[in-house]
Ligand binder design. Structure first.
Ligand code: ZN
Length: 208
């Protein structure tokens, strides 16, 4: 089972990805982790990546693909994979199609207003760093440790709207692409994490 997760920031993608990974015993694939792992091996490819990262640059498309290819070749064919944060655009999606067969793409569907509400209501504890939401607490005291709850400085409406727009601009072509391939499954992620997971299980159970 090879699955791709698509979802805007604050769509609940992180939670769903953790739940699916645990339930189906999948390897979670993120380009960030793969690049870091390659650097650690000290290979020629790893050295190249390290140099680019140290100079503050973006790792080239082909390098990302090389690392992805190397990783996929090292994983047993029957091992399930969960792609999170990759592919990011159409070019990456097409390249991924050439190196492996994807079984399903799960799209977390949440309305922009709901994403905004979640993002702007997000509170982080200044002491234990746990994250909660104004929806669940009615004071600025952390329910876990009594520390002070704070909003993130960059969580204002303008920046959140920008983040959402960037996401939709880059993801829309992916949605079209996977929809044409008949791989796209929409999940209504505007409610609880449990309901999101329920729908994911329903979709994945029909795959096997
Ligand atoms: Zn706390």
């Amino acid at each position: 089972m090879k699955i791709i997760l698509l979802g805007a920031p604050n769509s609940g993608k992180g939670t769903l990805s953790g739940n699916i990974k645990d339930k189906y015993n999948l390897i979670q694939v993120s380009t960030g982790d793969l690049l870091r792992a390659e650097v650690v091996t000290g290979s020629e490819l790893g050295k190249k990546i390290h140099e680019v990262q140290m100079s503050g640059g973006m790792v080239e498309f082909q390098t990302v693909l090389d690392v992805m290819n190397k990783f996929l070749a090292s994983v047993p064919e029957d091992k399930g994979l969960l792609f999170d944060g990759f592919p990011r655009d159409l070019r990456q999606a097409e390249a991924l199609s050439n190196i492996t067969k994807i079984d399903a793409v799960l799209l977390l569907d949440v309305e922009v207003e709901e994403i905004l509400k979640r993002a702007l209501g997000r509170l982080t504890c200044s002491l234990c760093k746990s994250v909660t939401n104004r929806e669940y607490v009615d004071s600025d005291i952390c329910p876990k440790c009594g520390g002070k709850l704070e909003t993130r400085a960059d969580d204002n409406e303008e920046t959140v709207r920008k983040r959402i727009k960037t996401y939709f601009d880059s993801t829309y072509p992916l949605i079209e692409y996977y929809s044409k391939l008949g791989l796209l499954h929409k999940i209504d992620a505007g409610h609880t994490p449990e309901y999101t997971m329920e729908q994911a299980i329903e979709i994945l159970s029909r795959l096997k």
